[in-house]
Design a protein around this ligand. Structure first.
Ligand SMILES: [Mg+2]
Length: 367
């Protein structure tokens, strides 16, 4: 089955999020959630979809796919996923082992797994060995507001709609205190700092945060690969540490885990190299008694692939659901949580294709 066409389609989706933005990720005017769909067609009339991270890097990642990946992958056997992804990783490594190049590889890998599942007539979770569960509890991943009142209001709203755990993207104590007060003593609260602190600052903040019983503290340190300091913070604070959305392939996860840096490793399907690399990281983590908690603040094929991956994993109990309202959802809102649970689709491959009407409406590369 030959790959006859690869199309990287930038799709910015207008969204709202319940409040004004502070300096989160792309700045104050963040009104569109960028996705880069990767459509792969084969000569067997099977089409697969992947996506590559993301946000305001989608045009840069598209260029990497168009100029670095597609020239090598066109004409190749779509079912030879491992050999092709290995070859692409070797041939592109001189342009960077992490970041845009690996995001681009992730998009292709996810699409090839979608094709493999469709060719076999099996949902991806069965290709991975079968499901431990078919509904995955989602946690509401709030954006960064820097405003305790907004965090409290959105926490109450999310709990009211069925969520049973909340993640904040904040770097001060007051929003955490407000969320604990709003959600009660038993609510699991995760705090994602997005690499804001030095080790010294993190040590002070961990003391201040101790009364709020965090379920995990995510990416507290800059730089994220400072694994020795992360391990020291983990040991001294006693707070479970999560990290990995900025880690490069299974090799850097090995360094992270061997340093004792994390309780939860957080590979991201659209960033780390796709499903192929996720499976390698999963095996590594299992043998080191480290739990996986994937990063998934996106809504396309990468989210679907994450759902299948979690369904087929014995010890992952949550999926990250970005707490935003999209103007239009590419899967017609069929993945929205019901009572805090997201059902894993059981159609072949990823189980669903993006709605073609959605793609035509939002794609930015129209002639
Ligand atoms: Mg994070």
């Amino acid at each position: 089955m030959k790959i006859i066409n690869i199309e990287a389609i930038p799709v910015p989706i207008p969204f709202t999020h319940g409040g004004p933005m502070t300096d989160f990720v792309v700045g104050k005017a963040w009104t569109e959630l960028g996705h880069l769909l990767v459509r792969v067609d084969t000569d067997a009339d099977i089409t697969g979809y992947g996506d590559a991270f993301g946000f305001n890097a989608i045009h840069t990642t598209k260029t990497a796919i168009d100029t670095l990946i597609t020239p090598i992958a066109l004409g190749r056997d779509a079912t030879e996923i491992g050999p092709l992804m290995d070859e692409l990783a070797v041939k592109t490594h001189i342009f960077g082992r992490y970041g845009i190049t690996t995001f681009a590889l992730s998009g292709l890998d996810i699409a090839l797994w979608d094709i493999a599942g469709k060719a076999a007539g099996l949902p991806l979770y069965k290709m991975l060995g079968g499901a431990y569960r078919n509904k995955i509890p989602a946690y509401a991943s709030l954006l960064k507001y820097g405003d305790p009142d907004i965090c409290a209001r959105l926490t109450e709203e999310a709990i009211g709609s069925g969520y049973r755990s909340i993640k904040l993207h904040e770097s001060t104590v007051a929003p955490v205190a407000a969320t604990r007060a709003a959600g009660g003593d038993k609510l699991p609260i995760m705090l994602d700092v997005n690499c804001s602190w030095t080790p010294h600052q993190a040590s002070k903040m961990a003391e201040a945060l101790a009364p709020f019983d965090l379920h995990w503290l995510e990416e507290p340190l800059w730089p994220p690969e400072n694994f020795e300091a992360l391990a020291q913070l983990r040991a001294e604070s006693g707070i479970p540490i999560a990290s990995g959305e900025n880690a490069c392939t299974v090799w850097q996860f090995e360094q992270m885990i061997n340093n004792g840096a994390v309780d939860y490793a957080q590979p991201s399907m659209t960033k780390v190299g796709g499903l192929t690399e996720m499976c390698k990281i999963s095996t590594l983590a299992e043998t080191a008694n480290v739990r996986i908690q994937p990063h998934s603040p996106y809504f396309g094929p990468g989210f679907l692939a994450t759902l299948h991956f979690i369904a087929a994993s014995r010890d992952i109990d949550l999926i990250e659901r970005f707490y935003v309202k999209l103007e239009t959802d590419m899967y017609d809102n069929t993945l929205d949580p019901v009572d805090g649970l997201i059902r894993v689709p059981d159609g072949p491959g990823l189980g669903m294709d993006p709605n073609p009407t959605f793609i035509e409406k939002y794609r930015m590369d129209k002639a």
